[in-house]
Design a protein around this ligand. Structure first.
Ligand code: C2E
Ligand code: MG
Ligand code: MG
Ligand code: MG
Length: 288
């Protein structure tokens, strides 16, 4: 049947020769199905948030949490964000989904604070579509007011590419967000295409070293050099710096040695449901 599909491909393709295989058909079907189901997922309460601890290396304590979306699909089971965030962006569904994430994360963080964990903060990932939304600053101000979460307890994680789509516009939005008092972080730092010149123009607070550099710091001299340089850059610019994807004690030792402020990764904990996160918070001892 692959031959017939290929033949059809030749007939429909003009100069470019395309191969259609049953596997590609399945992929396209899966995509269509996920897209259809994504539309009703919010109404059906199929989304949930997991939280991953951010650990401060000076105190050894949990100081923050990153909210990461999960989709409990009725047939497919747990669907990872890698499989649906892009699609949500393309379809515009990211706006209601992102608004749900923001509100849910703020409510949760405020609850932890009222439970006695006063200093805990929460980070939320923002997508391009959300970032370019006209009333972003106002809608975030509303969520903070409704939930009672102090603005300084909310951190927004933005990628370089998101800020680089329209630099002047981005600086305007970032400035508005800073005026609200929320913290801003550059996620996956070092993998995007921003230039260092913009680092001093963007009013950001935190650099988050991408997992792809952290992974091999103990075996690859280039990754080690890049990571040490990002830490040093952050310190000189008076920004905080956090490493993501920390899985081993050797990576932790390296990061500590070079003066990284915080770590996040499986070494301490994967993203976990809110109840599990509370248990981690209740363990009063230092964790690393
Ligand atoms: P990200 O913001 O860079 O989040 C970090 C990802 O690394 C998470 O994957 C996390 O589970 C994973 N991770 C953390 N520690 C380790 C580790 O030690 N080892 C390894 N191998 N992985 C680790 P996840 O949850 O699958 O999310 C993937 C991406 O999806 C996120 O990357 C973010 O870009 C996006 N995403 C997740 N939730 C949201 C959301 O609510 N809104 C938006 N717009 N994007 C989201
Ligand atoms: Mg992130
Ligand atoms: Mg990353
Ligand atoms: Mg990241």
């Amino acid at each position: 049947h692959a031959d017939i599909a290929m033949y059809r491909g030749k007939q429909t393709g003009r100069n470019n020769f395309q191969f259609y295989t049953p596997a590609m058909n399945e992929q396209a079907l899966e995509r269509l199905r996920i897209e259809g189901d994504l539309r009703s997922a919010l109404d059906n309460n199929e989304f949930l948030l997991h939280y991953q601890p951010k650990v401060d290396l000076a105190s050894g304590r949990i100081v923050g949490s990153e909210a990461l979306i999960r989709w409990q699909h009725p047939q497919l089971g747990m669907v990872s964000p890698a499989r649906f965030i892009g699609l949500a962006e393309e379809t515009g569904l990211i706006l209601p989904i992102g608004a749900w994430v923001l509100r849910t994360a703020c409510v949760q963080c405020r609850r932890w604070q009222l439970d006695g964990h006063d200093d805990i903060s929460v980070s939320v990932n923002l997508s391009v579509g959300q970032f370019l939304q006209k009333d972003l600053v106002i809608s975030i101000a509303d969520v903070l007011e409704d939930t009672g979460l102090p603005p300084a307890s909310l951190e927004l994680e933005l990628t370089e590419s998101l800020m680089m789509t329209d630099v002047e516009h981005a600086i305007g939005i970032l400035t508005g967000l800073k005026e609200l008092g929320v913290r801003l972080s550059i996620d996956d730092f070092g993998t995007g295409y921003s230039s260092l010149a913009y680092l001093k123009r963007f009013p950001i607070d935190v650099l988050k070293i991408d997992r792809s550099f952290v992974r091999d710091i103990t075996i690859d001299a280039d990754d080690a050099a890049i990571t040490a340089s990002i830490i040093s850059l952050a310190r000189h610019l008076k920004l905080r710096v956090i490493a993501e994807g920390v899985e081993t004690d050797e990576q932790l030792d390296y990061l500590r040695h070079y003066g990284c402020d915080e770590i996040q990764g499986y070494l301490f904990s994967p993203p976990v449901p809110a109840e599990k996160f509370e248990q981690l918070l209740r363990q009063e001892r230092a964790v690393v």
